[in-house]
Design a protein. Sequence first.
Lengths: 175, 111
Amino acid sequence: MAASNDGNSSPRSQLASRCFEDLLDSIIVDVASECHRIARLGLDRNLEEEEEELRLSVQARVADPSSSSEANGKNIVDIFGQTHPAIADEIFECMNCGRPIVAGRFAPHLEKCMGKGRKARKVTRSSTIARTRHSRGSPVSVYAPYSNATNTNRAPNGTTGGAGEEYADYTYGEP
Amino acid sequence: MRSSINRPPTPDANEEPEKEPTLQEIINIKLIESGEKEKLMELLRERLIECGWRDEMKAICRAYARKKGRNNVTVDDLIHVVTPKGRASVPDSVKAELLQRIRSFLTSAAI
């Protein structure tokens, strides 16, 4: 093969092709070597089992077209192979009232704890004023007589006054 | 002096006189020395991974290993299994890109 210098000559293309095949062969050897390792170490078994698990879990949830890594229902395997219970069961402390709460029930708890619910609105006047100043800023009058009434109702029961202690009220309100 | 008259000639490691390095070898040496071979390998590897070629080849190997028995496969087996399919299934765009770069290297190396 003459080492000719003319531009797009086919000897040069042939050389280029030979080089390319050389590179490709090296990469093929790489892939083969890695697959050999995986086969001998049995790592492909683990892959295969996970794939089968995924397939089975998808089949088991018959009417569910979504992929198995979403949080729909129980016994889902995510991309790391972990399963998660349907309701998160870790327990931690609510930063508002300090009670231990199950994580999966935290949102409903917060609703009651922070004032969306009816009973939780019976908070003390000062904290209500502070709160409404942040949020809406007007209906202090709406709350004030209401909370006063309940406070006077509750005071004889032995709860320690109303000054800034919505917790005491709250314990009564909690189902 | 008769020291070496009767002694048979020392056998040569290669019987023939050493050939001139072929053009292919020269190019290979130039590729390696300039670092271009490494870059081309990286480029080719990246492209083949992107286009899914590598995954295809791995699947072929896995299927072959499953059929033949996991502990019965050798690296040679796998190479022989993958090479024909592998060479045939490189996407044209990838091949063209690499060939282009090789050709411009050859030009710059004045071959």
